[in-house]
Design a protein around this ligand. Structure first.
Ligand code: HSE
Length: 315
């Protein structure tokens, strides 16, 4: 904890969306998507505890009981640890669709703790905020995974090792790499997409996936695009989930044909992402959007830098 005095009565945080898993790093790897995000405003209240005063934006029917709400539960965790002499009123402005695979619940949880923290006289460090936000994410997905929370909080491509004592490593991304994000207009429940996964992994797939993850991360550290291209290939989770996304195989094939380094499911889906070199980004975007359209699915789509700043106070 720092000893700086806040004195702030109110703060608004922007927390970006994120691509969880990045294909090969199930539950441990993710990158921030700064093009979309939630804005959370927290004010000091004379009444102790946490209240959610409202929810607006593209989703407005979230539960307002703090313990049933991802942002509420995260702020409650911060409140319990900080024991401030005041309470918190919170407004949630959703910019990330629910069930999109873009880390919407994580962004709300991260925004809540970043905004709440800005009001504290002795603010917590980011690693502590990560743990509070994890409590919120568990409300939405039923599990304590960090692959969306860590990039939303820290920005960029992030590896998180451990749950009880999480260690966060920001992975450098070679210059010139961008991401194409295509969000099909459909809802997919993370709980459901987790429930269909088999409990066991075949030994051959385990070896292949481990090699791909290790190769991908090594490629990022050493600017080795061939290693990144080879590594960005999920042989465990994607084959089980791709049937949940209309046109998945055609969209992926079109992205690779247009020059993408790799293409997979964003988090639990249905959003798909591709890593590209910047000068191929537009062609990859158009090919993915066109394939989704051929399968009768409309999309929102963005080209984003993989390197970004993560959650921040904006007001
Ligand atoms: N890593 C989790 C999953 C969360 O794939 O189920 C995705 O957002």
């Amino acid at each position: 904890m720092s000893t700086a005095k806040s004195g702030r009565e109110k703060a608004t945080a922007f927390a970006p969306g994120s691509v969880g898993n990045v294909g090969i790093g199930f539950d441990i790897l993710g990158f921030a998507v700064d093009a979309v995000g939630d804005r959370i405003t927290v004010s000091r209240s004379k009444q102790p505890g946490v209240r959610i005063t409202g929810c607006s934006g593209i989703v407005s029917d979230l539960p307002l009981e703090p313990e049933k709400n991802t942002a509420g539960r995260a702020l409650m965790a911060l409140n319990v640890a900080a024991k401030p002499a005041f309470g918190f009123d919170m407004h949630i402005e959703k910019g990330i669709p629910l069930g999109s695979g873009l880390g919407g619940s994580a962004a709300s949880a991260v925004g809540a703790v970043v905004a709440g923290n800005a009001l504290l006289d002795q603010p917590f460090g980011k690693l502590e905020l990560l743990k509070f936000a994890m409590q919120g994410e568990a409300v939405a997905s039923g599990s304590l995974h960090v692959d969306n929370i860590a990039p939303s909080l820290f920005g960029g491509l992030v590896l998180t090792v451990g749950i009880d004592n999480p260690r966060v490593k920001r992975i450098p991304v070679p210059r010139g790499i961008a991401a194409v994000i295509t969000h099909p207009h459909m809802f997919l429940s993370t709980k459901q997409a987790r429930a269909i996964l088999k409990r066991e992994v075949a030994m051959a797939d385990f070896v292949w996936q481990t090699a791909n993850l290790a190769g991908f991360i090594s490629g990022c550290y050493t600017d080795d695009l061939d290693l990144i291209r080879e590594g960005l290939n999920d042989v465990v989770i994607e084959p089980q989930r791709r049937q949940l996304i209309p046109g998945f195989s055609a969209v992926r094939a079109a992205a690779l044909q247009a020059g993408a380094l790799g293409c997979s499911i964003s988090g639990a889906g249905p959003t798909m992402f591709a890593w590209v070199l910047a000068d191929q980004a537009e062609a990859v975007r158009q090919s993915m959007v066109a394939e989704f359209a051929r399968n009768g699915v409309e999309t929102d789509h963005w080209i984003v830098a993989v390197e970004s700043d993560g959650a921040r106070i904006v007001d």
